[in-house]
Ligand binder design. Sequence first.
Ligand code: IMP
Ligand code: MG
Length: 182
Amino acid sequence: MNTVEVYNKKFEISIPESAILERVRAIADQINKDLEGKNPIFIIVLNGAFIYAADLVRNITIPCEVAFVKMSSYTGTVSTGHVKELVGLNIDIENRTVVIVEDIVDSGLTMKEMLELLGKKHPAAIHISTLLVKPNNLKVELDIKYNCFSIPNDFIIGYGLDYDGYGRNLRNIYTIKVDSIN
Ligand code: IMP
Ligand code: MG
């Protein structure tokens, strides 16, 4: 399947599954070395990171815990405006080494908010692990220690990432075709 169609938009393969898995294993190996003895907690950001996280943590060989969160937005008072909160974190991260597992860092604003919200819980350290980064779109400074792939600004789907809910189940990563953008 070299091209797929979602809502009349065509996408073509940009990173095949084999290349993804090879890179995810390499990142896991690096984490195994760096965080040996740290007993890390992997905090998986739902929904998009679920497939990346499943492959990543199965290649982690040091003792670790796995937890899941969602970032949910709600509209606060007029003065606070648009607020984001963390939902579902059911583990105490105080004095622990945390690895955030994210699907993609685009503007970086979501990750920045996540760092602030997790930081309030006083972990010993927070590291970022993301499947993808769009470096040309970053609007904030982020120290991303474990990044599998840097990609152009084009919209992608597959391997957990969606277009309006669809495409998460695709095994490869697909990029929207230029003639498909309207
Ligand atoms: P940020 O706050 O701009 O970094 O937004 C990151 C979020 O936007 C990711 O967690 C994704 O949910 C979504 N996103 C950004 N780029 C893409 C893409 O190319 N495909 C699918 N989702 C994307
Ligand atoms: Mg995400």
